[in-house]
Design a protein. Structure first.
Length: 561
C-alpha cells in the first residue's frame, strides 16, 4: 500500500472564504487521481496539507513544513499536487525538497502534468519546467526594473509614500505649501546647528513631526517625532531639488522643487564634512555598529574592544569569556569589527535588493505589481543610505532593526524585527495592526579563517555544500527546450519565425536548438551547478554537430577546452 498525501497552495487569501475555492478544486482533482490508481495500491492520507495565502517563492509555509515532517517520520509514500508550481516556484527549493524526498524513498506526482519523480526522465522534465517558471519570474522582475529605470530617466516619480512637503495627486508629486515650509525650516536649522543630532533635539522642541498619512483602510499614521535617520533621509533626498534618484544617478524631475540649489549644496557639503570627521575618528565615542547584538555559537555576548597601533585604531568584537576569565579559551572569538559589520550590512543589502524575497518575507501572498513597484522604490532609499556609509544613519538603522547576530564557523545569522523593518520601508509609519511581532532571518554562509588569535569571516556563497547553478547556462538550456517545443507543437512555424520573434539571427537559433537534446545527466549537472569549469554558453553553442547518442555527448563535453 502506498500512502498518498495531497498538498495544495494558493498565493493569496482572496476567495478562501468561499464554500468551494481553489484549494478545494486542487484537492478534488488530486483525490480523483489517487482513486484512479487504487489498483496500484494507492491510498489517501486524510490529513489535509493546505497553504492558503502563501507565495511559492520560498518554503516558509506551515502546511508544507508539516508535510516534510511527515515525510521524515515515514508517514507518507507519495506526495500528490495539482501542478508543480503549487509545491514551489524556485528551482533551488525544488532540488532540496526532491533530495529530501529521495532520502526517505518518497515519490512526487503532478496530476495535470502526468509525470512523477520515480523516473530520471520525470525528474528531468520537472527540472526543466521549474527552470522555465524561474526564468519567467526573473524576466518579469527585470521588466519591472527596466520600466522603473526608464521612467525615472524621464523624471517620473514612481510611487510610494510621498515625502514630507509633497502630496500624491493623480500619481504626481504636488507641493503641499504648509509641509514645504517645514522642510525649508529643517534645512535652514541644520545649517545653523551643524549636526543631525542637534537638529533632532531642536525639531522635538518645536514639535515638528513626520508626515501624517491616511492608509487605504482609513487608519491615520505618521505625526510622530523625527528620528535622526528620518532627518538624514530628508536632508539628502534629491526630490526636494526636483531631481529623481536612481542607482546612484539623478535625473531632472517633472515635479517642482522645494529647496533651491544653493541651500541644497550647502547642506550636502556640511553632511559630507560630518561624514569625513566620523571616518577620521572625531566622532568615535560609539564607533561600533552592532553593540550588544553579537553572540557566538555558545550564546556568549561579544564585547567591543579597540587598540591603537602606530597611530591607527583597530576595532574588534571579542567573546566575553576571553575578557573576563583568566584561563585560555581556544574557542573564543576575536573578530575585526569592520569585517563583521560589512558582512551584516551586505546580507541586509542583498535582502533589500531582492524585491521577490522582500515581498515574501514582509507581505507573503501579495503579488500585486503596484505593491512590488512601491516596495522596490522604498527599499532603494534604504539601500542608498547603507551604500553611502554615513555612520550615524547606519548605526541607527542597525540598532533599530537588528535584534541579534549569531556567529558560527560556517554562517552568520542575522535576526531582524519585521515590525521595525516594515516601519522604515513605510517612512516610519506605525503598521502594528498589519504586521505582527515576527522576525526576518538572513543567513550568510561564511568560512572562518584564523590568523593567530584573530579570526576573519569570508562570505562563501549561497550554500557551502552545493555549487551555485550558472544562471546563463540554465537560461540557455531553457531557451533551447522552449524553442524546440514551439516548433514541435507548430506554435511557431519555422526557425526564421523564432529568430524574428526573439530578435536574433537564424544562425543563433540553429546553434541553440540542438541543445534541447542534451543527455539528462548533462542537463542535470548544469541545473545543479556541478558542470565542469570549462563549460560555458559560447562553448555549448559551438557544439556542432551534436552527437545523437548520449554517450558520445558525454565524451564531447568531457573534452571541452
Amino acid at each position: 500500500m502506498l500512502r498518498c498525501a495531497i498538498y495544495t497552495r494558493k498565493s493569496t487569501e482572496e476567495g478562501l472564504e468561499q464554500d468551494f475555492n481553489s484549494l478545494h478544486a486542487q484537492r478534488e482533482a488530486c483525490e480523483a487521481y489517487i482513486k484512479s490508481q487504487r489498483h496500484e495500491g494507492w491510498r489517501l492520507v486524510r490529513t489535509a496539507f493546505d497553504d492558503g495565502g502563501y507565495s511559492g517563492g520560498n518554503t516558509n509555509r506551515p502546511a508544507l513544513q508539516e508535510l516534510l515532517k511527515a515525510v521524515e517520520r515515514n508517514q507518507v509514500d507519495v506526495i500528490v499536487v495539482y501542478k508543480v508550481d503549487r509545491l514551489t516556484r524556485a528551482l533551488n527549493d525544488f532540488s532540496r525538497i526532491v533530495d529530501q524526498l529521495d532520502t526517505h524513498g518518497v515519490s512526487f506526482v503532478s496530476v495535470t502534468q502526468q509525470f512523477n519523480t520515480t523516473t530520471s526522465m520525470g525528474r528531468l522534465t520537472l527540472n526543466m519546467l521549474l527552470s522555465f517558471a524561474q526564468f519567467e519570474r526573473e524576466v518579469t522582475a527585470e521588466r519591472i526594473s527596466d520600466k522603473i529605470a526608464a521612467s525615472k530617466k524621464k523624471g517620473l516619480w514612481m510611487g510610494g509614500p510621498p515625502p514630507l512637503g509633497y502630496d500624491n495627486i493623480d500619481k504626481k508629486l504636488v507641493i503641499n505649501k504648509t509641509e514645504a515650509a517645514t522642510v525649508r525650516k529643517l534645512y535652514n536649522l541644520y545649517l545653523e546647528l551643524g549636526t543631525v543630532r542637534r537638529l533632532k533635539d531642536k525639531a522635538d522642541d518645536l514639535g515638528i513631526v513626520t508626515k501624517r498619512r491616511k492608509q487605504r483602510n482609513g487608519k491615520l499614521t505618521g505625526g510622530r517625532p523625527f528620528s535622526r535617520g528620518n532627518l538624514y533621509q530628508l536632508l539628502s533626498n534629491p526630490l526636494y531639488i526636483a531631481m529623481v534618484p536612481h542607482k546612484g544617478n539623478t535625473y531632472p524631475g517633472q515635479h517642482k522643487a522645494i529647496i533651491d540649489q544653493v541651500l541644497w549644496d550647502d547642506v550636502q557639503q556640511n553632511l559630507s564634512g560630518n561624514a569625513v570627521d566620523r571616518i577620521c575618528g572625531t566622532n568615535s565615542k560609539a564607533p561600533f555598529l552592532l553593540t550588544g547584538k553579537v553572540f557566538d555559537e555558545t550564546g556568549d555576548l561579544l564585547y567591543q574592544s579597540q587598540a591603537d597601533k602606530i597611530g591607527k585604531r583597530y576595532r574588534y568584537y571579542i567573546s566575553r569569556r576571553l575578557v573576563h576569565e583568566a584561563h585560555r579559551h581556544d574557542d573564543g572569538w576575536r573578530l575585526p569589527a569592520k569585517n563583521l559589520e560589512t558582512i551584516v550590512i551586505s546580507g541586509i543589502k542583498e535582502l533589500l535588493g531582492d524585491t521577490s524575497q522582500l515581498m515574501d518575507e514582509l507581505h507573503p501572498g501579495q503579488e500585486n505589481l503596484t505593491d512590488i513597484k512601491q516596495l522596490m522604490v522604498r527599499s532603494k532609499h534604504l539601500l542608498g543610505m547603507l551604500a553611502d556609509g554615513e555612520h550615524a544613519a547606519t548605526l541607527e538603522f542597525l540598532q533599530n532593526v537588528v535584534d541579534r547576530v549569531e556567529l558560527s564557523r560556517n554562517q552568520v545569522v542575522i535576526t531582524m524585527s519585521k515590525k521595525a523593518l516594515v516601519a522604515l520601508l513605510n517612512d516610519g509609519h506605525d503598521l502594528n495592526d498589519q504586521v505582527g511581532d515576527g522576525k526576518v532571518v538572513i543567513t550568510v554562509p561564511v568560512t572562518l579563517r584564523r590568523q593567530g588569535v584573530e579570526a576573519k569571516l569570508v562570505i562563501t556563497g549561497v550554500n557551502n555544500n552545493q555549487s551555485q547553478p550558472d544562471k546563463q547556462l540554465c537560461q540557455l538550456l531553457a531557451r533551447a527546450r522552449l524553442w524546440y517545443d514551439q516548433l514541435a507543437s507548430a506554435e511557431i512555424p519555422s526557425v526564421r519565425a523564432i529568430a524574428k520573434r526573439n530578435g536574433v539571427v537564424e544562425s543563433e537559433v540553429t546553434r541553440i536548438l540542438p541543445l534541447a537534446f542534451l543527455s539528462p545527466e548533462i542537463i542535470e549537472s548544469v541545473l545543479r551547478g556541478n558542470q565542469q569549469d570549462s563549460m560555458s554558453v559560447e562553448r555549448l553553442k559551438r557544439l556542432s554537430p551534436l552527437p545523437g547518442d548520449w554517450k558520445s555527448q558525454d565524451i564531447l563535453i568531457d573534452n571541452l577546452r
